[in-house]
Design a protein around this ligand. Structure first.
Ligand code: MN
Ligand code: MN
Length: 467
C-alpha cells in the first residue's frame, strides 16, 4: 500500500465521503442480502393488499411463537405478542428485559399501497362489454395504470357477518383483467393533453367480460352473465359490492431487475419494503431485547393515516397501553421515553429526471437506508422534523452495527414533497426519525428498489430494536 498524501489523510479525517454499498459489503453480507430479498419477494407476491399482508405476517409470526395479546395476560421478558386491527393493520411486540417505563423501540411502516379500489356500484355494461368502475386510492399517475395486467383481491362483507375472500388472478391459470387505452391512430387529441389529464379517473374501468347471457332478450346480458359467474363462485349479488373492499392491483409478481440481479421490480414496494424489513427484523431478534421492541404495520398512510386502521387511530395507544397495564406503567411515561423509526420509502435520485432532485441531498440507489430528518413540502410543511439528538442517536446505532446509511431529502425543496406516519408518532411525544429504502418510480405499478438498500433497512430496524 502506498502511503496516503497529507491531502488524502485530511480528506479521510474531515470529509463525509460516501462509499458505494457494493464496494463496502463483504461476501457474507452479500449472501445475506440476496437471501433476505427472496423472502421479501414472496412477501410482496402474497401481500398485494393490506389484508393479505396482515394474513401472511400473522401466519409467519404464529409459526415463530407469537400469540395474540390478551388483556389480563402475564407478560414475561422474551414473550412475543401481536394484535390485528380489523384485518388491515398489525402491531407486534417482543417483550424486553427493561420495564416499560424505560420506553419501547418502535419501527413503524405502512402496508397499504396506491391502487384502484372498486366503487360501491362498480359493475356495468357498455356496448356489450362489462366493466368494473374504480376509485383510485393514494397518489397515482393514472396513465401508468392502463394496458397492464391486473388482478382483483379483497373481501366482501355479507349482511349475515360472513367475510367472503375474493382473489382472481393470483393463482396459476386464473384470468386477469385490464384497463384499455386509446390506440395511437386515434390518440392525436389525447396526446396533446397534459399527462395528468390524458386519462381521466372515470375512464379507469376494468374490463371483466364480453359474453352475453344465452337465450335471453333483456338488457345488459353481459353484465348479468358476469354477475351469474360471481354468484356461482362467491355467492355474492350486485348489492354485496356495497360492503366490499376489492382492489385492482398489478398482476405481475416481484422479479429481479438487471443483468446483475441487484434490483427488485415489483408492485407495492412503498411501503411493504419497509414493512417487511420492520417485521422480519422483529422475527429475527435473538434472545431478549433490552427494551420492548414494537413493530407497527399501519394502514391508510397513502390517504393521510386517517381512520380506524391508520396511524392516527388509538389502536396503537391501546396496544402499547395494554402492554403497559401488565406492569402498571402509565402509557405517557412509556411513550415519552420511546423511540420510533418511521420506516417509509424515499425517492431515489433518478438520472432521467435529475432536475427535480437536489443531487447533494438526495438518496442514491445502493448507498443504504436513507435517513430523513424531515419530510413535508416546501418549507417543511407537514413534517415532524426530528431533533438533531434523535438523528445523532440513529447515526450512532447504525454505525455501531455497521449498517450502511445515507441522508435523504425527497426531491428539491421547491419541487414537491411528501409525508409519512412520522408526524403522528412524534405527536404522541415519541422521538421519531424517518428512514427507508430509496425507490425509483415510486407509486408506479412497478417500483424499483436495490436489494442492498432493502437489506440495510432490515438491518437498521434490527439495530433500533436492539437499541
Ligand atoms: Mn410510503
Ligand atoms: Mn407512498
Amino acid at each position: 500500500m502506498e502511503e496516503k498524501t497529507p491531502g488524502q489523510q485530511l480528506r479521510d479525517a474531515l470529509l463525509n465521503q460516501k462509499k458505494h454499498g457494493w464496494d463496502v459489503v463483504d461476501e457474507t453480507t452479500e449472501k445475506a442480502i440476496f437471501d433476505y430479498c427472496e423472502g421479501y419477494k414472496t412477501f410482496l407476491d402474497k401481500g398485494k393488499t393490506e389484508r393479505d399482508c396482515v394474513d401472511y405476517a400473522v401466519e409467519l409470526a404464529q409459526g415463530l411463537g407469537f400469540v395474540p395479546l390478551e388483556r389480563g395476560m402475564e407478560l414475561q421478558p422474551g414473550m412475543k405478542v401481536y394484535r390485528v386491527n380489523r384485518g388491515r393493520a398489525l402491531n407486534l411486540a417482543v417483550v424486553g428485559s427493561a420495564p416499560l417505563d424505560q420506553g419501547v423501540s418502535i419501527a413503524a411502516a405502512h402496508i397499504d399501497s396506491p391502487r384502484l379500489d372498486l366503487k360501491p356500484t362498480p359493475l356495468y355494461e357498455d356496448s356489450e362489454l362489462a366493466f368494473l368502475k374504480t376509485h383510485y386510492y393514494g397518489g397515482i399517475r393514472k396513465y401508468q395504470w392502463v394496458t397492464i395486467p391486473l388482478e382483483l383481491r379483497g373481501v366482501v362483507a355479507m349482511k349475515n357477518g360472513d367475510l367472503v375472500h375474493v382473489s382472481v388472478g393470483s393463482h396459476p391459470g386464473d384470468p386477469l383483467f385490464t384497463i384499455d387505452d386509446l390506440l395511437p391512430h386515434l390518440g392525436a387529441e389525447q396526446s396533446k393533453k397534459p399527462l395528468g389529464e390524458a386519462i381521466p379517473a372515470e375512464s379507469l374501468n376494468v374490463l371483466v367480460g364480453s359474453r352475453p347471457l344465452k337465450d335471453d332478450d333483456g338488457k345488459d346480458r353481459v353484465k348479468l352473465a358476469v354477475m351469474k359467474l360471481l354468484y356461482e363462485h362467491y355467492g355474492i349479488r350486485e348489492a354485496d359490492f356495497i360492503s366490499a373492499e376489492i382492489e385492482a392491483v398489478p398482476a405481475f409478481n416481484a422479479v429481479d431487475i438487471g443483468f446483475d440481479r441487484t434490483l427488485i421490480g415489483a408492485y407495492g414496494q412503498d411501503d411493504r419494503v419497509c414493512g417487511y424489513a420492520a417485521f422480519k427484523a422483529l422475527l429475527d431478534l435473538e434472545g431478549v431485547p433490552c427494551r420492548t421492541a414494537v413493530c407497527v404495520l399501519a394502514d391508510k398512510e397513502e390517504i393521510g393515516s386517517e381512520g380506524v386502521s391508520g396511524m392516527q387511530s388509538a389502536f396503537f395507544e391501546t396496544f402499547v397501553g395494554d402492554l403497559c397495564a401488565t406492569q402498571k406503567v402509565p402509557l405517557r411515561v412509556c411513550l415519552e421515553k420511546s423511540f420510533c423509526l418511521s420506516a417509509d420509502v424515499t425517492a431515489a435520485f433518478d438520472p432521467q429526471f435529475a432536475d427535480v432532485y437536489e443531487k447533494r441531498n438526495s438518496a442514491y440507489v445502493n448507498y443504504g437506508i436513507g435517513l430523513c430528518k424531515y419530510t413535508g413540502a416546501r418549507g417543511k410543511s407537514g413534517a415532524s422534523d426530528a431533533g438533531a439528538e434523535a438523528v445523532a442517536y440513529v447515526r450512532r446505532l447504525l454505525d455501531d452495527k455497521g449498517v450502511l446509511w445515507q441522508m435523504a431529502e425527497l426531491g428539491a425543496t421547491d419541487k414537491g414533497g411528501g409525508g409519512t406516519v412520522a408526524c403522528y408518532m412524534a405527536n404522541r411525544n415519541i422521538d421519531t426519525l424517518d428512514a427507508g429504502v430509496p425507490v425509483l418510480s415510486m407509486h408506479a405499478p412497478f417500483e424499483v428498489t436495490s436489494k442492498l438498500d432493502c437489506y440495510m433497512t432490515y438491518a437498521a430496524c434490527k439495530a433500533v430494536y436492539e437499541g
